[in-house]
Each structure stands twice: as C-alpha cells, then as structure tokens.
Write a protein that binds this ligand. Structure first.
Ligand code: GDP
Ligand code: MG
Ligand code: ZN
Length: 208
C-alpha cells in the first residue's frame, strides 16, 4: 500500500505539472460510467480537452474505442484479471498519453464497488456513478466506496417509473456516510442533469 501511495504521489505531480485535473470514476459494472464520460465529453466539447484512461479486467478496447470515436484520446489499461486499477497502472496510462493536450483526465476504474476505493491513483476527485437498477440499498451495503467520495452521480433516472427505487432512502444512506456530498441525478438516455454535472466540473477546474 505504501508503494502504491508513493506512485500515486508521482502521478499527481505529473498531472499538476501539466495543469491537468483528474477524476477517478468508480462504480458497479453497467452503471453507466462510459455513458457518463461520453455525455461529459459532449457537454464540455470546445471548453475542455479531455483524455480518458479506461481500466478493464479483460484485454478489450470496447470503452476506449467509444471515447476515441468521440474524438478524444484514450488509453486502455488491462489489469490482467485484477479487480481494480492501481497507481502503477495509471502511471503507465499517463506515460502513454500526450499530457500537453489534456485539461481534464477521466479515469474509468474497473466495475467494482469494493476495492477501487482502497487504491489511491493520484487523481484530484473521486466520483461514483450509482444507477437506479442497482437498487436503493447500495449505500448501506457498500459503505466504504461512499466515504471517500467527492461527487456522486445517480444515473438512469429515466428508469425511476419502472423500478422500485426509493430516492429518499438511497440519499439518506449516502448522507449518513458522507454528509453534504455533491450529488447529481442524471440520465444518459434523456440527457437530463448532465449539464448541471458538466457545469460543476468545469467550474471546479477553472476555480482551482
Ligand atoms: N435507460 C438507461 N440506460 C443507460 C443509461 N446510461 C447508460 N445506460 C445503459 O447501461 C448500459 C451500461 O452502460 P455503460 O456506460 O457501458 O456502463 P459501464 O459499464 O459502467 O461503463 C448500456 O447498455 C447503456 O446504454 C441511462 O441513463 N438510462
Ligand atoms: Mg465502461
Ligand atoms: Zn480489486
């Protein structure tokens, strides 16, 4: 863990030297991490240059291909079966990118609600993408990931009419773990809420 933290500090220095703000997106598989990244790219196009590091446990480039199709640089990191990204993997990703061409780095962590929270990567903000179909009890069952969090995105709100999900119960659980957490309710399907999230992110970067 000490070795990981040391490399994370090296990563953060590399990012700071290039004036890059970096976020680490953690979530369950299928919650909409890649969808949120694609929507964020659209919302901030012309305002920020965004690079993406895609972490996956299998040697596939499905997510990175989607980012590159959206016109932004992406590096795919294969964790070799590991269930989280560590700082060394992110360092390899940073070394494979042209950091002079990026203002915002988005790291898509491996889909997993447990151990990604335990590995510092050198990013400046931790983001979780929760989604309606996962159920409203997840903050109570996976508390650790919510504790060290800077922003929460609740995705797939378009599915609220079809799924038994009590938003008050969910948000009360989050509030107990992380009082006052900045939270955005969004739908990548309809685009609802995306602008508010993108505006917050842009302001955070400009007012650093
Ligand atoms: N209905 C609905 N589906 C969504 C939304 N966001 C993502 N999806 C779908 O959820 C699935 C997983 O999305 P993806 O972005 O790949 O999730 P990831 O595994 O967390 O990166 C895909 O079929 C998306 O089209 C949303 O807001 N509403
Ligand atoms: Mg993905
Ligand atoms: Zn893991």
């Amino acid at each position: 863990m000490d070795a990981n933290d040391q490399v994370a500090s090296v990563n953060q220095k590399m990012l700071d030297d290039h004036n890059i703000f970096a976020i680490n997106i953690m979530a369950a598989p299928g919650s909409g991490k890649t969808s949120v990244i694609l929507k964020t790219i659209e919302a901030l196009r012309g305002k920020l240059r965004i690079g993406v590091i895609e972490g996956d446990t299998a040697p596939v480039t499905i997510d990175a291909d989607k980012i590159m199709a959206a016109g932004m640089p992406a590096v795919q990191i294969n964790t070799g079966g590991n269930c989280h990204l560590d700082a060394m993997m992110v360092k390899r990703g940073l070394e494979a990118m042209n950091l002079d061409e990026i203002d915002l780095l988005i790291i898509e962590n491996v889909g997993n609600l447990i151990c990604p929270a335990g590995f510092a990567l050198g990013n400046h903000a931790n983001v979780v993408v929760a989604s309606i179909p996962e159920g409203d009890d997840k903050p109570y069952k996976y508390p650790n990931i919510y504790r060290g969090l800077d922003v929460l995105i609740i995705n797939k709100t378009d599915l609220l009419p079809y799924i038994n999900f009590n938003m008050d119960y969910f948000r009360q659980g989050v509030e107990l773990l992380n009082p006052g957490l900045t939270t955005f309710e969004v739908s990548c399907q309809t685009g609802e809420g995306i602008q508010a999230w993108a505006d917050w992110l842009l302001a955070k970067i400009l007012n650093r």
